[in-house]
Design a protein around this ligand. Sequence first.
Ligand code: FHN
Length: 467
Amino acid sequence: MKDLRFKFLIGIAICLIAFCSIGNAQTPAATADAQMQQWRDAKFGLFLHWGLYSQAAGDWKGKPYKGNEHFMIYEKLSLKEYGSLAKDFNPTSFDAGKWVKAAKQAGMKYIIITSKHHDGFAMFNSHTNDYNIVKQTPFKRDPLKELADSCKAYGMKLGFYYSLGRDWEDPDVATDWPTKGARSNVVDYPNEDAKDFSKYFERKVKPQVKQLLSEYGPVSVIWFDTPERISKPQSEELYAMVKSLQPNCVVNNRVGNGLGDFKVSEQQITDKTDNQPWESCITMSKGWGYNKHDTEWKSPELIVRQLVEVVCKGGNLLLNIGPKGDGTFPPQAIERLKAVGKWMNINSEAIYGTRPWMVAGEQISEVALSSSAIKIDVDNDATSTAILPDIYFAAKGKVIYVFARSWKEPAINIKSISADKFTVVKVTLLGAKTAVKWEQNKNGLNCSVPFVLPDEIPVYVFKVQLK
Ligand code: FHN
């Protein structure tokens, strides 16, 4: 009898396990979509451009150089001349935990770091190419390994930037933009026609990308760049390699040839809402790599305005810092991360996990914002630097988050939430202890609060609960 009962219990257990596993068995497409939704929910990441150019920090032979992180080709340097930076590159102040904590406190959910930029210098211990930080510098440590460990410790997702179509160390990387050879190393390798991308692809790209995906723990994003000369089969092979080694890793569309899981908008914010996964990568200052002469730091208010605009249009913001050659963040970056983090501490529920609402935003003042009113920062950055009051919307279920950007008045009328279209049941102001006085009519939702001034970022969020 006992034996029978035991067999019966085993049968029940097997059925239960089977049922649960069926419940969880997702098709590849379902898991891919879940990955992208998770990536879309994260909204805010830190981009880090760190390499030998950081050591030069804006000067070459005592004079400011041209081209920032591209200065090797702008100053027409040989690999030997540029590579001489390695002997002094010793970022002993590098502390991966400090970087990750600073990003986390700013409300960032993922970090993308340059594993190898156009100069071809690997910021990790590449087994297949000695032109790297462990083999060529007195530092001898692998900062990407240390960063991976810290990301794991602090629950931060990690991704790697990898320059595909430009590599000034490898002899087989030709370029043709804006003109033939314009973005190539023509000092050591002058004959563009003799260059065979496939040799570089097999010799350097594949083994390095494979190593990054095999030896640094979970990788959330591979962020390829400049895919100009890669063939479609090569893009397909690379994309398949990423997915086979790290099925949960997402790939940007700069893997080339129309592939990739999300679109990249560089130094720009799309003018319309886009419900397909996209990310805007924007510099906190003027350039991507550290440059001591770079004084064009965006204000915390402008950074938050851009985060809000990107999120309300359906995108993620990848905000860039160029760490210094000593391994620390520039003080201007640290102070901005802290300021943005204070704003996120109050308002992050309106950012994470939201999706665009039926309209992206509306103007507060009746005055039409003529294009001339929006000063476009032509320096390397096509995002608007104009600080004009306006409203943006994001949605999460029955809640509409209304971002009043650079709003200075005690009352605001939100035309898009009019009584003939929606029934509002509750309105609060995130972070405020004071109640919001509100009234809804056919002209909109009118809200007023005793004016609450946060420290320095006048971007307020009304949480509007709809019926
Ligand atoms: O040339 C690079 C540049 O240095 C930087 O890495 C940006 C980041 O998106 N990508 C290329 C320019 O499109």
